[in-house]
Design a protein around this ligand. Structure first.
Ligand code: M6R
Length: 608
């Protein structure tokens, strides 16, 4: 949720930290701060609001040094003001800490520390860490950090500096991602690779329980008993331009327009057209093992949960195996029935969502095999699952997920082809599906080329206060996803429903002020959906239909129409999602909202 970056080397730390914070701003943006070792001690600068405010504070009162840590915050404990912004310091101002995560026993620790004479200035849970380190310090910062960590319950990714042991950064992780960047005589710590990608591509991902010590001469990774550990160096193959806007007004728009390429990337090298199946290198399961599965549980949050619902439909349809979709946040609190014959598919763009990670661990503990559908390479979920498939959508910076969603659906289809061909899917049908999958990039491009039509529709709808999104079959989840996109960035209240369910309640809402978006491609439930369109029209609702043909039945029924190219039922959610993403985008822009950093949201929810 928040972002951490730290630097130790010979260059000016402040500039590098600010650049890193800008790259992390999508992860949290309600306040920010830096702590830099200025040669005499630790100096901090903080500001509420966006990073530009911190930059202003720094230009009014600069701080120079070649070692420092920085943070951009998404508030959990305490309002987003300057005082609660990180870094937090101890009583004497020697120790500075930045922290992602939540310290669950902060109140108890705070009371204990106050009894020992410590004075607190913020409302944050993080401040206890600085005081615990102060209390434990006995000459070596890493020892004091380790001692402090023993007392902490909860999750953390932290970076710490101290003027009493001035030539190092100590970083530690439990439940909140952290990595070390390796340079020439300089090292970085970051919560997300995008913070340091402009400086280095060589990174070491820390595991839970790791404590890293960075000096100008190198780095070591320790466990929490100060024993040295070996950690592998990974190479990042993302390009810098992938994390830049590249001429688009917003990351979200750029990412929507990347979808022809991201869909292609997801399929590349994974299709076996002749055999009507896929080959999935990371599956790590033999055909016999796949055949021994009795049921599948898919768990995820938010948009990833919507792709899971589409996956459920596909897998049950083509593989004839029971599938259940669970909100990751509910899964582990309800004693789920899973065992060693269950395959648990975990879907996450970031690979770091706290609830999804916890659900995956729960499933593993209960004996299930886990399979990750993840975008961020090297993320915790990707590293901890038994097998998986990277969706290869590239970095997604816009808080509202777009290209990751469509790639997740593709990845689920690749898995479906593999399992389906082993079970009930015939080769002819498999080949047909692959043929249609290969048409998708071009078809998405056709939709994108007509973005100005959607922009015009956005003019019609931008001042509405409510929306309903209705779909059936494969496109009920598309309706949910369309509504979520609109809510997230336009702040318009929107609901997604299975179209026929409308009669059981939501129909009471319909009048001329209720726009209803029907996801109505030419599929097996089109005729059924038409009756639902008529029900809405009969009550004065305004209908926008996302359809796939100039269907005579629809003519004169919908007030507005946008046609997507023809495809098979199971691919319609991908094509129909693109105009819905654009609609949400243009409405939000026309309302003057910051679409890449919508209020109250953060890209990756790494707290429970
Ligand atoms: O990184 P994940 O896919 O695990 O994230 C899950 C949700 O937090 C995420 O999809 C969220 O709903 C997005 N803001 C959707 O646009």
């Amino acid at each position: 949720m928040c972002g951490i970056v730290g630097y130790i080397g010979k260059r000016g730390a402040t500039e590098l930290l600010i650049e890193g914070l800008h790259r992390l701003e999508y992860r949290g943006y309600d306040s920010a701060g830096v702590a830099v070792m200025n040669g005499n001690g630790v100096e901090t600068r903080k500001a509420a609001g966006k990073i530009v405010n911190l930059e202003e504070a720094l230009s009014a009162n600069p701080v120079h040094g070649d070692l420092g840590i920085a943070h951009t915050r998404w508030a959990t404990h305490g309002v987003p003001n300057e005082c609660n912004a990180h870094p937090h310091i101890d009583c004497k101002g020697n120790v500075a800490v930045v922290h992602n995560g939540i310290i669950e026993n902060a109140n108890v620790l705070r009371a204990e520390l106050q009894k020992h004479g410590h004075t607190f200035v913020s409302e944050t849970d993080t401040e206890v860490i600085a005081h615990l380190i102060e209390e434990a310090f006995d000459g070596k910062l890493e020892d004091a950090v380790i001692e402090a960590l023993w007392q902490i319950e909860g999750t953390y990714g932290i970076a710490v500096v101290s003027s009493l042991d001035p030539d190092k950064i100590v970083a530690a992780r439990k439940g909140s991602p952290l990595l070390i960047g390796l340079g020439e005589g300089e090292y970085y710590v970051a919560s997300d690779v995008s913070a340091i990608l402009a400086q280095t591509r060589e990174v070491v991902y820390l595991d839970d329980g790791d404590v890293a010590v960075l000096t100008r001469n190198g780095y070591t990774v320790l466990d929490q008993r100060a024993q040295q550990l070996e950690r592998q160096v990974s190479k990042i193959d993302w390009d810098l331009d992938q994390i830049e806007r590249g001429g688009f007004d917003h990351f979200m728009l750029k990412e929507i327009f990347e979808q022809p390429a991201t869909i292609e990337n997801c399929m590349r090298g994974r299709l076996l057209p002749e055999e009507g199946t896929s080959k999935l290198g990371g599956l790590n399961m033999t055909d016999d093992e796949l055949l021994s599965i009795d049921n599948i549980v898919i768990t995820a949050c938010g948009t990833s949960w919507h792709s899971a619902l589409i996956g459920e439909h596909m897998i049950e349809d083509l593989c004839r195996i029971p599938v259940e979709v669970e909100y990751a946040s509910e899964f582990r609190y309800r004693n789920p029935i899973i065992n060693e014959r269950t395959l648990c598919i975990v879907i996450s763009q970031s690979g770091e969502t706290a609830d999804t990670l916890a659900a995956m661990r729960e499933a593993k503990q209960r004996g299930a095999r886990t399979y990750g559908i993840v975008n961020v390479v090297g993320s915790t979920i990707a590293r901890e699952t038994d097998g998986g498939i990277y969706v290869h959508a590239g970095p997604e910076i816009g808080v509202a997920s777009t290209k990751a969603f469509t790639s997740q659906v593709m990845a689920l289809l690749l898995f479906t082809l593999k399992l389906g061909r082993l079970r009930s899917l015939g080769v002819i049908r498999g080949r047909e599906i692959i043929e249609k999958m290969q048409e998708l990039p071009k078809q998405i491009q056709e939709v994108l080329d007509r973005a100005p039509e959607i922009e015009k529709l956005a003019d019609e709808f931008k001042d509405e206060v409510n929306f309903l999104y209705l779909g059936r079959g494969y496109n009920f989840p598309t309706a949910l996803e369309g509504a979520l996109k609109l809510k997230e960035i336009s702040y318009i209240h929107a609901e997604g429903y299975p179209a026929a369910e409308m009669k059981h309640g939501p129909i009471a809402l319909i009048d001329e002020r209720m726009p209803v978006v029907f996801i109505a491609p030419h599929d097996s439930v089109f005729d059924k959906l038409m009756s639902n369109v008529q029900e809405v029209k009969a009550r004065g609702g305004r209908v926008l239909a996302i359809t796939s043909r100039a269907e005579p039945d629809l003519k004169g029924k919908a007030d507005y129409e946008f046609q997507i190219p023809e495809t098979i039922d199971l691919l319609t959610p991908i094509l129909a999602s693109v105009p819905l993403q654009l609609l949400a985008y243009y409405i939000a822009v026309k309302r003057g909202n910051n679409v890449d950093q919508p209020r109250n949201l953060a890209k990756s929810v790494t707290v429970e």
